[in-house]
Design a protein around this ligand. Structure first.
Ligand SMILES: N[C@@H](CCC(=O)N[C@@H](CS)C(=O)NCC(=O)O)C(=O)O
Length: 214
């Protein structure tokens, strides 16, 4: 398997965690999102992912994009250890936790959104941070409540095994710190993050551990 990735990309970080949890070997192909205006915009990379976003995963002669689709693909091919519970309502809950991050938080403070706000709409760096803090705060507050009120309390977002929700949470918290968010108001999420980072699959996927880390 070949993963097109960037060390600081939280969507790539998710897939690295999932691959590690499944015990799969993969080759990393770094795509630098800043260098030279962004390697994601090169013709070579756009032939791999026309969306010009990382990650992309090559496997069995196919190229897959979108981190959640990639993780569901891995789950279907390599069901052990599972990244989703078995009960349909529980699965929907875990997916909803992951989607709060992947659909409601992450896309609106992604690099291309911030570049548009700054370059085209003339917003300052401080405005960009306030923007990111606002949307991250809204999403994480709801997630904290959802986890605390969930039907299966445990070490992780849902029960005692890591799931897609935890895989999305850990990179999002790292990202929130980069924007200076106050995370002390999410004690449950912070406790879960500590538990996750105690697992080699999470720790080895961290941005600073990647071959392209700066
Ligand atoms: N929904 C996509 C998001 C992918 C994404 O936004 N990737 C970011 C890095 S985390 C990216 O490549 N950004 C490049 C840019 O904004 O130009 C996924 O989950 O894979």
């Amino acid at each position: 398997m070949k993963l097109y990735t960037f060390f600081r990309s939280s969507a790539s970080y998710r897939v690295r965690i999932a691959l590690n949890l499944k015990g799969l070997n993969y080759e990393q192909v770094p795509i630098h999102l800043r260098r030279g205006g962004g390697e994601q915009f090169s013709a070579t990379y756009k032939a791999i992912n026309p969306q010009a976003l990382v990650p992309a995963l090559e496997d069995r002669g196919r190229t897959l994009t979108q981190s959640l689709a990639i993780m569901e693909y891995l789950e279907e091919l390599y069901p052990k250890p599972p990244l989703l519970p078995t009960d349909p309502a529980d699965r929907a809950l875990v997916r909803s936790m992951a989607l709060i991050i992947a659909c409601e938080i992450h896309p609106i403070q992604n690099l291309r959104v911030l570049v548009h706000l700054k370059k085209d709409l003339q917003q300052s760096d401080n405005d960009l941070n306030l923007w990111a803090q606002h949307w991250i705060g809204l999403g994480l507050s709801v997630l904290e409540q959802l986890v605390v009120s969930g039907p299966k309390q445990g070490i992780f977002c849902f029960g005692d095994t890591p799931s897609l929700a935890d895989i999305c949470l850990v990179p999002q918290l790292a990202n929130a710190r980069r924007f200076g968010c106050d995370l002390s108001v999410y004690p449950t999420l912070l406790r879960i993050e500590t538990a996750c980072n105690g697992l080699p699959a999470f720790a080895n996927a961290a941005p600073e551990k990647q071959p392209d880390a700066e």
